[in-house]
Structures are given as structure tokens and as C-alpha cells.
Design a protein around this ligand. Sequence first.
Ligand SMILES: [Zn+2]
Length: 330
Amino acid sequence: MEEPSQSPNREEGSCMAPHNPPSIEALEFPQILMGIHAMNLQEQSHQSLSKEEESKFTLLMKVAFSGGTIKTHSLSTVQQTMGRAWRSNYYKITQVNQYIFKAHFRSFEAMMAVFTRQPWSVSSDTLLFELDSSKNTTVQKECHKFESIYVTIRAYGVPVTNRSLKVLKDILELVGMQSEFHELRQVMITSRPDYIWGIARMRVHTPVLDRVRLRFTETQSGIAYLHYEKIGRICLFCGVMFHTSQNCNLRQQIIIEKLELGQSAQDVPYQRFGPWIIDPDQVPNNFDVHGPGSNPIFSTFKNPHISRFQKVFELPQAGKEILEETATTS
Ligand SMILES: [Zn+2]
């Protein structure tokens, strides 16, 4: 079994409060054990669920992919990996087509426990989920867009005195939408000394933000650096999840365009976004709150070539200057 290529979700000191949602990446087991485990689950459930019950609580799932070579995973790999992670929550996994699988659960609660604890991954690939509305009709690939994913967002660099649920909510609304399933709680802004965290529903084709500028008071502002837990691959060139800048279609198009115009493409970078989006160890450690208009880190990542590309290709901006009224009241 392959190891995940990146593991952005390193656990910090054990003295800290446990993080919610809990860690969902399963530990490595010998494959043979997993095979037995998966078989046991299936056998058990054959005895207990009718055909009708079987199709009642189902999720569609697909390996997320946005560039490079698409990887296919066998049914047995998906069964073994998810069996290990979900334990008795799931009943069985079936395959719809080459890329889409169906997970059957014993109850609504079991199904939602999996759906609301995304992301899940097979090997180093993230899975996308959709509630199965098609039921007994044949699933066509085009019908299911798998447009969103729930991601735990960490925002580093928000000083303790400026933390509030309102600041957290504003950040989540900037990167996506606040999750409908996860209430904002005080623990999200108090449990970690270096970051606040919350869960957002993100659109999978929209570039992420690597940082946001927060305005705490009339004269005080600061940068929050954003990290996306358990999303192993985010393109540091275009900011879209599930490919690397090595395989970025947009970057390749820009290079080809430049070469066709007889220009050098040496200045097209691999990296426009801060690497901390996939590796929290690379969050800049300058957490000072700044006065108006000052943040050296923010400006060092502005590449002069990018503004030109942005005009031509409508590139997304890596960071965002905000926020309106995120001051200390909440
Ligand atoms: Zn890209």
C-alpha cells in the first residue's frame, strides 16, 4: 500500500486539546488483515440488511482529480482503506464505474458521521462525496459533479486578544462557506496557541487563499496564514486542490503561450502560493499585528510577473486583503 505523499496534518504537542473532527487517516495495517476485516463486515451485513435497507443510506464517492495523470483505485483498495477508517459505520462499498464508488451505511447517523468528517483519502488521493440522490437509477458520471468538500481550515497568526468567533466566521466565508454541519464553538478559537480553526464547505474547482488580511481595529491589522488540513495536494501555482504545480494545466498553458510568442518562459514560477497551505511547518512565524499598510511578508509573495499573467489568464490572487468589520466585537 502506498504512503500518502504529503502529510500536512502533523500533530503538535500532546498537551493541547484534541482537535475536532478527530483524526481520520487510518493507521497502516498489513493488507491481509484488512482484507479479512472487509470480508467480515460484508458477511455480517448480508445477514442483517434487506435489499431495500441496503440502498437507503448511501454516499457516492470519487477520487478527486484536477490535473496530471488520473489515478484509478481498485474496489478492493477502496474497501480495505475505508473499512479500516470507518470500522462498523459502513456496511459495504460497491463500484459504480471506473472512478465512482458507492458506500452503503447501516443508518443515517453512520452515513452522516462519514459525510461530515471529510476529507477522507485513499492512499494519497482525497475522496469527494455526494449524497446519493439517484438511488436505483444508473449513475452517469456527468450527473454527479462532486463540487464541494468539507475541510478543516487553520488560520495562523491571529493574536489571542483579537480572536473571536466572528473573525473565524469571516475567514471561513472567505475561503468557502461555513459548514452547515459544524457549529462554531469557543474551543475553535481557544484550544491552540498558534491558530484558530473551523470547518468550511469549499468548492473544489475554486482556488484556495493562502492568507487573508484581517482588520482588527481602525488602526490594527494582521495577516492570517491559512492551512487546509489533510488536503495533501494543492497547486502552489493556481491554488486549486488535487494537483501539484508540476501538473498544473494553467501553468503549462501560460508557458506554451509565451513560447509561441517567442518569449522566454523561464520566469513562470512553480510557486505563487505560500507552501503553508499544504505544510503548516512553513507558516511564517512573523505573527505581529501591524499598523496600517505594513506587512513585509505579504508583499514578498507578490511576484511582479503575476500581475501580467493575471490580466491575460484571469489568475486568482493568492491572498486577499480584507476584512470589513471583523473588529473585536462578536
Ligand atoms: Zn494548478
